[in-house]
Design a protein around this ligand. Structure first.
Ligand code: VGL
Ligand code: ZN
Length: 200
Protein backbone atom coordinates (compact mmCIF):
# COMPACT_ATOMS: atom_id res chain seq x y z
CA UNK A 1 0.00 0.00 0.00
CA UNK A 2 1.34 3.39 -0.91
CA UNK A 3 0.90 6.33 1.38
CA UNK A 4 1.35 9.79 -0.05
CA UNK A 5 2.58 12.95 1.63
CA UNK A 6 2.61 16.45 0.19
CA UNK A 7 5.57 18.56 1.31
CA UNK A 8 4.78 22.28 0.99
CA UNK A 9 8.11 24.08 0.89
CA UNK A 10 8.56 27.64 2.20
CA UNK A 11 5.24 29.25 1.17
CA UNK A 12 6.21 32.33 3.15
CA UNK A 13 5.55 36.01 2.56
CA UNK A 14 9.20 36.88 1.89
CA UNK A 15 9.23 34.50 -1.08
CA UNK A 16 6.00 35.90 -2.50
CA UNK A 17 5.47 39.09 -4.53
CA UNK A 18 6.19 42.03 -2.23
CA UNK A 19 8.57 39.97 -0.09
CA UNK A 20 12.31 40.55 0.30
CA UNK A 21 13.33 37.49 -1.76
CA UNK A 22 10.25 37.25 -3.92
CA UNK A 23 9.79 34.60 -6.55
CA UNK A 24 8.00 35.91 -9.61
CA UNK A 25 4.54 34.38 -9.86
CA UNK A 26 5.00 32.63 -6.54
CA UNK A 27 1.46 33.56 -5.55
CA UNK A 28 0.05 31.74 -8.59
CA UNK A 29 0.79 28.35 -7.05
CA UNK A 30 -1.10 28.99 -3.81
CA UNK A 31 -4.52 27.99 -5.24
CA UNK A 32 -2.88 24.95 -6.83
CA UNK A 33 -1.44 23.82 -3.50
CA UNK A 34 -4.76 24.47 -1.76
CA UNK A 35 -6.57 22.39 -4.38
CA UNK A 36 -4.25 19.36 -4.43
CA UNK A 37 -4.09 19.00 -0.65
CA UNK A 38 -7.26 16.91 -0.71
CA UNK A 39 -5.48 14.15 -2.64
CA UNK A 40 -2.95 13.43 0.13
CA UNK A 41 -2.92 11.27 3.25
CA UNK A 42 -0.52 13.62 5.02
CA UNK A 43 0.53 17.22 4.46
CA UNK A 44 3.63 18.74 5.99
CA UNK A 45 5.32 22.08 5.43
CA UNK A 46 8.79 23.53 5.74
CA UNK A 47 9.46 27.04 6.98
CA UNK A 48 12.68 28.97 6.41
CA UNK A 49 13.33 30.39 9.88
CA UNK A 50 16.53 32.38 10.22
CA UNK A 51 17.79 34.27 13.24
CA UNK A 52 18.48 37.97 12.54
CA UNK A 53 22.01 38.45 11.21
CA UNK A 54 22.09 34.99 9.62
CA UNK A 55 25.30 34.10 7.83
CA UNK A 56 23.45 33.65 4.49
CA UNK A 57 22.37 37.31 4.49
CA UNK A 58 24.48 39.68 2.38
CA UNK A 59 23.96 42.26 5.13
CA UNK A 60 26.05 40.08 7.47
CA UNK A 61 29.14 40.44 5.25
CA UNK A 62 30.86 43.77 4.85
CA UNK A 63 31.09 44.98 1.25
CA UNK A 64 28.88 42.21 -0.11
CA UNK A 65 25.64 42.57 -2.03
CA UNK A 66 22.64 40.30 -2.34
CA UNK A 67 23.24 37.47 -4.82
CA UNK A 68 27.06 37.71 -4.50
CA UNK A 69 28.65 34.30 -4.00
CA UNK A 70 30.91 33.62 -1.05
CA UNK A 71 33.60 30.96 -1.48
CA UNK A 72 33.76 28.65 1.51
CA UNK A 73 36.14 25.81 2.28
CA UNK A 74 33.41 23.28 1.53
CA UNK A 75 31.65 25.00 -1.36
CA UNK A 76 29.83 28.21 -2.12
CA UNK A 77 27.21 30.29 -0.38
CA UNK A 78 24.92 32.58 -2.30
CA UNK A 79 24.27 35.67 -0.22
CA UNK A 80 20.61 36.53 0.02
CA UNK A 81 18.69 39.61 1.01
CA UNK A 82 17.54 39.38 4.63
CA UNK A 83 14.54 37.05 4.56
CA UNK A 84 12.36 34.85 6.75
CA UNK A 85 13.67 36.28 10.00
CA UNK A 86 12.15 34.40 12.93
CA UNK A 87 8.95 36.02 14.16
CA UNK A 88 8.66 38.61 11.38
CA UNK A 89 5.68 38.91 8.99
CA UNK A 90 7.94 37.88 6.10
CA UNK A 91 8.54 34.52 7.76
CA UNK A 92 4.83 33.78 8.12
CA UNK A 93 3.02 31.54 5.69
CA UNK A 94 0.93 33.33 3.12
CA UNK A 95 -2.46 34.18 4.54
CA UNK A 96 -3.95 32.65 1.38
CA UNK A 97 -2.37 29.26 1.97
CA UNK A 98 -4.73 26.75 3.53
CA UNK A 99 -2.71 25.67 6.56
CA UNK A 100 -5.53 23.76 8.28
CA UNK A 101 -4.62 20.31 6.92
CA UNK A 102 -0.87 20.72 7.60
CA UNK A 103 -0.03 18.28 10.36
CA UNK A 104 3.54 19.38 11.04
CA UNK A 105 5.87 22.23 10.16
CA UNK A 106 9.62 21.66 9.97
CA UNK A 107 11.68 24.79 10.46
CA UNK A 108 15.12 25.16 8.97
CA UNK A 109 18.00 27.61 8.73
CA UNK A 110 18.02 28.28 12.46
CA UNK A 111 21.76 27.74 12.95
CA UNK A 112 23.20 31.27 12.58
CA UNK A 113 26.23 29.90 10.70
CA UNK A 114 24.70 27.30 8.36
CA UNK A 115 22.18 27.64 5.55
CA UNK A 116 19.53 25.01 4.99
CA UNK A 117 17.86 24.58 1.62
CA UNK A 118 16.54 21.06 2.02
CA UNK A 119 13.67 20.38 4.37
CA UNK A 120 15.50 17.27 5.59
CA UNK A 121 19.09 18.38 6.36
CA UNK A 122 21.11 21.55 6.70
CA UNK A 123 23.54 22.32 3.87
CA UNK A 124 26.41 20.61 5.72
CA UNK A 125 24.23 17.53 6.10
CA UNK A 126 25.20 17.63 9.77
CA UNK A 127 21.75 18.21 11.25
CA UNK A 128 18.35 16.78 10.45
CA UNK A 129 15.04 18.54 10.84
CA UNK A 130 13.21 15.35 11.84
CA UNK A 131 10.96 15.39 8.79
CA UNK A 132 12.24 12.03 7.49
CA UNK A 133 11.57 10.37 10.83
CA UNK A 134 8.11 11.89 11.01
CA UNK A 135 7.19 10.69 7.52
CA UNK A 136 8.63 7.23 8.12
CA UNK A 137 6.80 6.88 11.40
CA UNK A 138 3.56 7.50 9.50
CA UNK A 139 4.63 4.89 6.93
CA UNK A 140 4.75 7.37 4.05
CA UNK A 141 6.10 5.76 0.88
CA UNK A 142 5.70 8.60 -1.62
CA UNK A 143 6.48 12.26 -1.23
CA UNK A 144 5.28 15.02 -3.53
CA UNK A 145 7.33 18.19 -3.24
CA UNK A 146 5.85 21.61 -4.08
CA UNK A 147 6.40 25.25 -3.20
CA UNK A 148 9.20 27.82 -3.35
CA UNK A 149 11.72 28.14 -4.67
CA UNK A 150 11.59 25.36 -7.27
CA UNK A 151 15.29 25.65 -8.14
CA UNK A 152 16.53 25.87 -4.54
CA UNK A 153 14.62 24.58 -1.55
CA UNK A 154 12.13 22.44 -3.49
CA UNK A 155 14.98 20.98 -5.55
CA UNK A 156 17.16 20.08 -2.55
CA UNK A 157 14.21 18.71 -0.60
CA UNK A 158 13.29 16.41 -3.50
CA UNK A 159 16.90 15.23 -3.91
CA UNK A 160 17.28 14.42 -0.25
CA UNK A 161 13.88 12.77 -0.10
CA UNK A 162 14.89 10.43 -2.90
CA UNK A 163 18.26 9.72 -1.22
CA UNK A 164 16.42 8.91 1.99
CA UNK A 165 14.40 6.24 0.22
CA UNK A 166 11.07 7.94 -0.43
CA UNK A 167 9.53 7.52 -3.86
CA UNK A 168 9.82 11.16 -4.83
CA UNK A 169 7.69 13.31 -7.13
CA UNK A 170 8.26 16.94 -8.07
CA UNK A 171 4.98 18.78 -8.63
CA UNK A 172 5.86 21.01 -11.52
CA UNK A 173 2.65 23.05 -11.59
CA UNK A 174 2.88 23.79 -7.85
CA UNK A 175 6.43 25.19 -7.80
CA UNK A 176 8.06 28.42 -9.06
CA UNK A 177 11.76 29.15 -9.45
CA UNK A 178 13.96 32.15 -8.74
CA UNK A 179 15.97 31.66 -11.93
CA UNK A 180 14.81 30.04 -15.17
CA UNK A 181 18.32 28.74 -16.02
CA UNK A 182 18.83 26.97 -12.75
CA UNK A 183 15.28 25.62 -12.93
CA UNK A 184 16.01 23.87 -16.24
CA UNK A 185 19.16 22.33 -14.70
CA UNK A 186 17.37 21.37 -11.52
CA UNK A 187 14.57 19.61 -13.38
CA UNK A 188 16.98 17.72 -15.59
CA UNK A 189 18.96 16.62 -12.54
CA UNK A 190 15.85 15.49 -10.65
CA UNK A 191 14.70 13.50 -13.66
CA UNK A 192 18.13 11.84 -13.96
CA UNK A 193 17.95 10.85 -10.31
CA UNK A 194 14.72 8.98 -10.96
CA UNK A 195 12.41 11.57 -9.47
CA UNK A 196 9.11 11.86 -11.30
CA UNK A 197 8.23 15.29 -12.64
CA UNK A 198 4.45 15.47 -12.41
CA UNK A 199 1.51 17.82 -12.85
CA UNK A 200 -1.44 17.47 -10.49
C1 VGL B 1 15.30 29.65 -0.15
C2 VGL B 1 17.13 30.93 -0.63
C3 VGL B 1 17.39 31.12 0.70
C4 VGL B 1 14.14 28.85 -0.66
C5 VGL B 1 15.53 29.83 1.20
O1 VGL B 1 13.16 28.65 0.07
O2 VGL B 1 14.22 28.41 -1.83
N1 VGL B 1 16.11 30.20 -1.05
N2 VGL B 1 16.58 30.55 1.61
ZN1 ZN C 1 16.80 31.16 3.63
Amino acid sequence: MSKKALIVVDMQNDFLPGGSLSVEGGDEIIPVINRIQQDFDIIVATQDWHPAGHFSFASSHQGKNAFDVLELGNGEQVLWPDHCVQGTPGAQFSAELNTKPISAVFRKGMDPEVDSYSGFFDNNRAHRTGMAGFLRDLEVTDIYVAGLAADICVYYTARDGQDLGFQTHFVENAAKSISQDSYVKAKRDLHQRGIEICTL
